[in-house]
Write a protein that binds this ligand. Structure first.
Ligand code: NAD
Length: 371
């Protein structure tokens, strides 16, 4: 009902474009996932096949930066909810990483394999131009470096491009996750040596694959699953990885589970059956609900909060909008701080007997309050 009401409205129509852009903040505030977001924008272009949501969560610390996810959500509400949750995560990710940025994220409701036409991206570039003072986008699931470059040719508020930018942020994200896995092992076992450690990777996309390369090089034994079976076969050939089904990857007997696909994988349904002692991966919003972290804690599973461990890509794209210009050495140095931040979160969580995500959230909120 909500979706129909929103989609039926057409308050802003540019005279020379089929794109319709409107502010849906008020109606989106009814949805699960809304958390005092500053602004939610809907862009629709029926001629060019675009339905996109840009969610600006909080710009206290600076312009909102966050990628665009291209995914065929089951319905419009779940696409908006995804944008709401992802953008909120970006606010805390930027804050805890010490970046002068706010949180935002976009979702294009489309199948990235079959619907992503140049016309759709043209319409989306027009929509991005509407919010260029508030929001900068980059890659996310379904949006490639080539797509980011295409958009950047049409509007300035795109980072993570090869056009005056630093390229795909995924390998930087993977580096942060790699260091985060080691920090978690160190905290839990006293050693960060990866030799012979069994690590399950759910999703062998841009980040998952790069993480697999790093872990394998460091001596870990990999267990992998991806809905793209060819990718698993490649991982078996490249790293001697054991392939398991997408239904069982979460429940395999491993030292570390690294969710690197979509969010919501840690819930009351999955947590009781997890066999890993550590959960540390790149996926955004791994917890279905914030409270689910308490169940992980009760089971003695150490959880590396997603927006802390996966901040490497954001640190890299953020460097593109630095006044002094992009400096890769500075980015690497910043990513090297991720394990230190995680270490203090793990320590504080233990001292306070709190779930790790509560400590991370308190740290991020304190930074935002300081402004
Ligand atoms: P991607 O689209 O390149 O890869 C996602 C992979 O997951 C694909 O190979 C896909 O086939 C697979 N997948 C989807 N559903 C699956 C399932 N049920 N089981 C197993 N595999 C499944 O995306 P990415 O850029 O590698 O990002 C992965 C995750 O990390 C996302 O949650 C993203 O939001 C998050 N993240 C990415 C970055 C980045 O720099 N790319 C930064 C921060 C967070």
């Amino acid at each position: 009902m909500y979706a129909e009401a929103v989609l039926a409205k057409r308050p802003f129509v540019s005279s020379d474009s089929s794109l319709v852009v409107e502010d849906i903040t008020k109606s989106a505030s009814q949805l699960r996932g809304f958390d005092d977001h500053e602004r939610i924008i809907l862009g629709r272009d029926d001629e060019r096949g675009l339905t996109a949501i840009i969610a600006i969560h909080n710009t206290t610390l600076g312009r909102a930066l966050g990628g665009t996810r291209i995914w065929m959500h089951d319905n419009f509400d779940s696409a908006v909810t995804d944008a709401l949750r992802l953008s909120r995560g970006m606010t805390f990710k930027a804050a805890i990483a010490g970046l002068p940025l706010g949180g935002g994220k976009a979702v294009i409701r489309a199948n990235p394999k079959s619907d992503k036409t140049p016309q759709l991206l043209d319409a989306y570039a027009e929509m991005l131009a509407h919010v260029q003072d508030t929001y900068i986008t980059a890659e996310d699931v379904g949006m490639t470096l080539a797509d980011a470059d295409y958009l950047r040719e049409r509007t300035a508020n795109v980072a993570g491009t090869t056009i005056g930018g630093s390229g795909n942020p995924s390998s930087f994200t993977a580096e942060g996750v790699f260091l985060g896995v080691k920090a978690a092992l160190k905290h839990k076992t006293g050693s960060d040596d990866l030799t012979g450690r069994r690590i399950a990777i759910q999703g062998l996309g841009s980040v998952g694959w790069s993480l697999a390369e790093k872990l394998s090089k460091a001596g870990a034994k990999l267990v992998v699953a991806d809905i793209n079976e060819a990718r698993c076969v490649e991982a078996k050939e490249a790293f001697g990885a054991e392939i398991v089904s997408t239904d069982t990857i979460l429940f395999t007997e491993v030292d570390v589970l690294a969710p690197c696909a979509l969010g919501g994988v840690l819930s009351h349904k999955t947590i009781p059956d997890l066999k890993a002692g550590i959960v540390a991966g790149s996926a955004n919003n791994q917890l279905l609900r914030h409270e689910d972290a308490a169940a992980l804690k009760e089971r003695g599973i150490l959880y590396a909060p997603d927006y802390v461990i996966n901040a490497g890509g954001l640190m890299n794209v953020a460097a593109e909008v630095e006044p002094d210009g992009y400096d890769k050495a500075k980015v690497i140095a910043k990513i090297a701080q991720i394990p230190t931040t995680l270490g203090s979160i793990f320590q504080q969580a233990e001292t306070d007997n709190q779930p790790t995500n509560e400590i991370a959230l308190a740290m991020a909120k304190a930074r935002i309050e300081k402004g």
